[in-house]
Design a protein around this ligand. Sequence first.
Ligand code: NCD
Length: 302
Amino acid sequence: MHIINCKQFKIEDVEEIFRLTDKQVANKFIYTATRKIMASLFYEPSTRTRFSFETAMYKLGGNVISTENAMQFSSHTKGEVLEDTIQVVSRYADVIVLRHPMRDAAAKARDYSRVPVINAGDGDEHPTQGLLDVYTIRRALGDIIDKKIVLVGDLKYSRTIHSLIILLNLYSNLTIHLVSPESLLLPKEYKDLFKKTNKAVEWRSLRECLKNSKPDVIYMTRLQKERFVSEDKEALHEAYLSCYLGPEEFNMSGDAIIMHPLPRNDEISPYVDSSKRALYLTDQIDNGLAIRTAILYKIFSK
Ligand code: NCD
């Protein structure tokens, strides 16, 4: 089983992963990965994703070989292409967890690997983040169906948003509010995935959105400056101020849970952090570990 993108999932697959995750949350880790090796091959910075995968592997009794900065410390600097690296690493490891900035990096790796590949974020998607986000919403609110979900920030480049949108559209009767500057709109290829039963509403400002809706979830993202191609960073930062969740916006947000994939820059005021509704430093972290443990469990219990 490879995990390449969220388009590969049917709702039954997602629910199966969630059932396995419930068991991890109940702390019933079973040593299914004894003597197995996970290679974590990260060509981009990461704290949570890499640590949670590695922690998950250890919890299942397995071992980890790791390069945290493969752009600099792997044979990439000597001109090796990803295809060759994957062929070699898949002769050492039993599973490869790959983070890479390129579009389709995970799919390419799958084509050259002898062992399962898990996409830990590439130029398109971040499927395990999408899964942990939907799982977090489900645990906090009981269900996904009928919910009003506000997605805020860099909807163009945020791969966590792309994966989340795909997974949310496996469910019905959702209203998804899209709040972003004009130049960071959700790309058409993701808008086209909206189910007929789900409604998309676009806003340029979070405050306007909150004045006109009563959301269940507010999902914040940072500006993905490192992915900008020709965008004017300063102009965008200016436009981005209307996506800020400060004390006033927070107090307008009713009972909504507040989420963020992290790292946060300056899009959420620290004022929000101590609220029980803020899940980005708590539930999302715990659920990320549980989801990744469940995925590795599924791979190794086969
Ligand atoms: C995200 C990523 O790398 O895409 N971080 C993460 O894995 N939790 C979000 C981001 O970098 O903004």
